[in-house]
Write a protein that binds this ligand. Structure first.
Ligand SMILES: [Fe+2]
Length: 198
């Protein structure tokens, strides 16, 4: 069976769940550079760890979607100049912003900054990072200076952003069994419905 083609229209509140499902289905088997998991396994593991920690659905959904911006070619904004890791957090936040509450968008937008924050504020954090994550840290600007870390800690959703970052870091386990995407799809639908029906 051939995989369905990427949608050509921008998602709506009605199509955002199938839009995300399509990305997981068509693109999920792509390699997560330098890690022993695919992109889909990584995002499912992050959501799984959030669920195991009894997080509210909105945080589980944020963990599930945090790296969606890696697939910028799905958003109709692809350029040949794009590289895999260039501002993927902003691209993900932009495509999700019309449908999800600020907590989800903040977790997506700030998940790279959260790594820089934790490297500056938690001495044990850096030592536990994967080799690929240490490598990308230098490309991302290294640990935050004190004034930037102070401002980050005062963001509205700082606590949730940091927790999602930790689930992100945990989601790199080879051959870990997690629930499939379909387990999380109704949670995405409920979070979207709660936000867009206001
Ligand atoms: Fe990630």
């Amino acid at each position: 069976m051939t995989a369905p083609a990427a949608p050509t229209a921008a998602p709506t509140a009605d199509s955002i769940v199938p839009f995300v499902a399509g990305i997981f289905e068509r693109r999920g088997s792509e390699e997560y550079l330098g890690e022993p998991v695919t992109m889909a396994e990584h995002m499912l593991q992050a959501a799984h760890f959030a669920e195991q920690a009894h997080e509210p659905e909105v945080v589980i959904v944020a963990a599930l979607l945090h790296d969606l911006g890696h697939f910028t070619s799905e958003f109709g904004t692809f350029s040949m100049a794009d590289t895999r890791d260039r501002h993927h957090e902003e691209a993900g936040a932009a495509v999700l912003a019309p449908f999800f509450p600020p907590l989800v968008i903040d977790c997506v937008r700030h998940h790279v900054a959260a790594k820089r924050y934790l490297c500056a504020t938690d001495p044990d954090y850096f030592n536990a990072l994967s080799a690929a994550s240490v490598h990308s840290l230098s490309l991302q600007g290294g640990p935050m200076p004190a004034d930037e870390a102070r401002a980050f800690g005062e963001l509205d959703n700082a606590a949730a952003i940091v927790r999602v970052r930790r689930y992100d870091d945990m989601g790199k386990e080879a051959a870990l069994a997690t629930p499939p995407f379909d387990h999380f799809a109704p949670m995405i639908a409920r979070v979207v419905a709660a936000h867009t029906s206001r």
